[in-house]
Design a protein around this ligand. Structure first.
Ligand SMILES: [Zn+2]
Length: 78
């Protein structure tokens, strides 16, 4: 764990080049989603662009936009 801390979960799922998308703002932030999994907190790592997208859309709409992310979160949650 920890070696891929610089990778955005959404970019990774969509095969996007996070560094290209974000340029110098390549900082990855960990976000906790409270409304996505029932009774559990899901942690996602997001680049600057997807961090803003999460902020703008809200948790539920964000995961509906990125269904593969949602599936991977459900997969991780046993
Ligand atoms: Zn991203």
């Amino acid at each position: 764990m920890g070696s891929d801390d610089e990778t955005c979960d959404v970019c990774q799922i969509h095969g996007l080049d996070s560094k290209f998308l974000n340029g110098k703002k390549s900082k990855i932030r960990k976000n906790q989603l409270h409304k996505v999994l029932v009774g559990k907190v899901a942690t996602v790592k997001l680049c600057h662009i997807h961090d803003i997208e999460l902020f703008n859309l809200g948790e539920k709409r964000f995961v509906m936009e990125h269904l593969d992310l949602l599936r991977s979160l459900i997969g991780k949650a046993d």
